[in-house]
Ligand binder design. Structure first.
Ligand code: PLP
Length: 424
């Protein structure tokens, strides 16, 4: 498609957008009486209007039923998480029994590492990406130390080559092979939070398994953003937060995936009563008998009030399906990139460098833009003019045109505000 940097063209794309009515399903912060242009759905997704009803339902059930709500609420609380299995399994490409929701992301990755990072004196190394999200780095270091190893020996970061912004798959694979039988775990992001690079999870998983390591993924920026086939890719485990692309609300619950092949194994885990055999949970037996499925990793009884808005959102994803979201994602991201290049051409002395990979298969919703010749002033100008984006050192703004609720007209308007901000 040949794009044009005009309002008419953008509106025409909106008119053809089969997801356009979903914009009305979300609540936009207002700026001078108009919806903001929201580019930070990769950090905190907008509130779906349906979320409030789901939360109110729990408040009502609590008021009217109190403790009896565990069994007699409209959506009973004692197995509330099971309502997520169907919709989430579609979003991440899993069987329903392989999915559960609980806790928050870093907590869940720690819990899953208890099962899947079992270092021995010969095999204790972890492979991860260079400059992984800080929480992941702290997690790796503390896990390695907890097992009595030295992070400097045990943690191997795959680095970007000099002058390159993204990690090459071949470098990941050759390092996995090189570390070989010393490798206990590969734990990578599915999508890098800074550059938006999408990693080839299937190939990485195969390579890790070939040398006898477990392979897991942090899907914070992948869930609800890219096509995932975790079951077929044979991934051992994964976890994601739900407040980014999944629009579940600030700091909200995490989802976990544990591959079916591990459901009947006796993997060690940190147990709690909510992971115990469902039929016998309230018999208060002393011996832990885990549920055979991802639910067997549950620990505590569930925070129903926070799961309620997540459920509203997960059902919306299942209703639309990832294929439609991905189709629009690719078009709107390409349009945003086009707009950036057009503005770049119109203005002398500025240069935007998109550091997100160029190839469609290596990227998803986000464009990370290096603002050569521009600085933080431009970012501040955007924010003051109703464009919500985020800034990362040294000089990068991240733009995520989330397909569920952003419009092509937003992209056009953003280009005009950007131009004014540079020329001012
Ligand atoms: C957002 C994000 C997190 C956040 O972790 P929480 O435990 O939810 O605070 C972790 N890892 C990655 C890669 C992220 O992008």
């Amino acid at each position: 498609m040949t794009f044009q940097n005009t309002l008419e063209f953008a509106q025409q794309l909106d008119a053809q957008d089969e997801l356009k009515q979903y914009r009305n399903e979300f609540i936009f912060p207002q700026h001078n009486g108009k919806d903001v242009i929201y580019f930070t759905g990769n950090s905190l997704g907008l509130q779906p209007k349906r979320a409030r009803d789901y939360v109110n339902e729990v408040m009502e059930d609590w008021a009217n039923l109190a403790v009896e709500g565990h069994f007699y609420a409209n959506k009973p609380w004692w197995d509330y998480q099971e309502r997520f299995s169907e919709p989430l399994s579609k979003i991440i490409g899993a069987k329903p029994s392989e999915v559960t929701v609980m806790n928050t992301l870093t907590v869940n990755l720690h819990l899953l590492m208890v099962s899947f990072y079992r270092p021995t004196s010969n095999r204790f190394k972890i492979i991860c990406e260079e400059k992984a999200f800080p929480s992941d780095q702290y997690m790796f270091q503390s896990q390695v130390k907890h097992h009595g190893y030295n992070p400097e020996d045990a943690i191997i970061e795959i680095k970007r080559r000099d002058g390159e912004h993204n990690i090459r798959l071949e470098d990941i694979l050759s390092k996995i092979e090189e570390v070989g039988d010393e490798l206990a775990l590969v734990l990578f992001g599915g999508v890098n939070y800074y550059t938006g690079q999408v990693f080839d999870m299937k190939t990485i998983t195969d390579a890790g398994h070939k040398v006898g390591a477990n392979v897991g993924f942090d899907l914070a920026h992948a869930a609800g953003n890219i096509k995932l086939e975790l079951h077929d890719w044979n991934v051992d485990f994964a976890a994601w937060c739900s407040y980014k692309y999944m629009n579940s609300g600030p700091g909200n619950a995490s989802g976990c995936f544990v591959h079916e092949k591990h459901h009947h194994s006796n993997l060690p885990r940190f147990a709690g009563w909510w992971g115990h055999n469902k039929e016998r949970r309230f018999k208060m037996e002393p011996q832990f008998d885990p549920v055979h499925g991802a639910d067997g990793w549950q620990v505590s009884n569930l925070p129903i009030l926070s799961l309620a808005p997540y459920l509203a959102s997960a059902e919306m994803f299942a209703e639309v399906g990832m294929d439609k979201l991905i189709k629009k994602r690719d078009l709107i991201t390409a349009y945003l990139e086009f707009i950036l290049h057009e503005i770049d051409k119109e203005i002398e002395g500025s240069e935007f460098e998109v550091i997100t990979p160029k190839e469609a298969k290596d990227r998803a919703c986000q464009l990370s833009v290096y603002l050569h010749g521009q600085g933080r002033d431009l970012f501040d100008y955007l924010m003051k003019n109703g464009v919500i984006t985020d800034w990362r050192e040294p000089n990068v703004i991240r733009l995520a045109p989330v397909p569920f609720y952003t419009s092509f007209e937003d992209m056009y308007n953003f280009g005009q505000i950007l131009k004014n901000g540079i020329l001012k």
